[in-house]
Design a protein around this ligand. Structure first.
Ligand SMILES: [Fe+2]
Ligand SMILES: [Fe+2]
Length: 197
């Protein structure tokens, strides 16, 4: 399948054969895609961009339920040390690249959707937000509804709130924070990007 056709199919929820997700996960991907599609329309983006956003909503978790040991072999050296749960983003991006997708902003959005990246384009930022605030999420329903209501007009502020909440949780749980995530936070707060080597 040509990359453009692959994205068009994904935007409608028809996933590549290499996908590995159950019904609940698919429903989450669908909700993320619907949110992104609505924001693309609200922002008056061209049809091709809307398809790109909707496709990312579905594809970001296309390998979420594949065994981590299988995924580790797909990802670049710098990301092989990720814990099993975080490998699905980079692995899906690698699969899409192998399928001929050359849109680096799209691939970065997928690869770094859980980690964040200082060079995210508008799609990368919106996917990062949508994944966290889609209406199926169980944590803080009232808070997330408020964030959704502020999208997409206040997307810079919402991104900052989402990223702050995620960083706070990582710190509370004593988990390590990747350099890309820290750089993302700095960029969101107006500090120029310094991409880790
Ligand atoms: Fe994910
Ligand atoms: Fe997700």
């Amino acid at each position: 399948m040509q990359p453009a056709a692959l994205l068009e199919a994904a935007a409608e929820g028809r996933l590549p054969a290499w996908s590995h997700v159950g019904d609940d996960r698919f429903a989450h991907m669908q909700r993320v895609s619907v949110l992104l599609g609505a924001w693309a329309v609200a922002l008056d983006l061209p049809a091709a961009e809307r398809i790109r956003w909707q496709a990312a909503g579905y594809l970001h978790d296309a390998l979420r339920e594949a065994p981590p040991d299988e995924l580790r072999g797909l990802v670049p050296e710098s990301l092989k040390t990720l814990t099993g749960k975080l490998l699905h983003g980079p692995a899906a991006a690698a699969r899409l690249r192998a399928d001929g997708v050359e849109d680096e902003g799209f691939l970065r959005a997928i690869a770094y959707h859980t980690i964040g990246h200082p060079e995210f384009d508008e799609l990368g930022r919106s996917l990062f937000i949508a994944d966290y605030i889609e209406p199926g999420r169980r944590y803080d329903p009232a808070g997330l509804a408020t964030l959704r209501a502020r999208m997409p007009s206040a997307r810079n502020e919402v991104l900052r709130d989402v990223l702050r909440a995620r960083l706070a949780r990582m710190l509370r749980e004593g988990r390590p924070i990747r350099a890309e995530t820290v750089a993302f936070w700095n960029v969101v707060n107006g500090v120029p990007a310094r991409v880790p080597a």
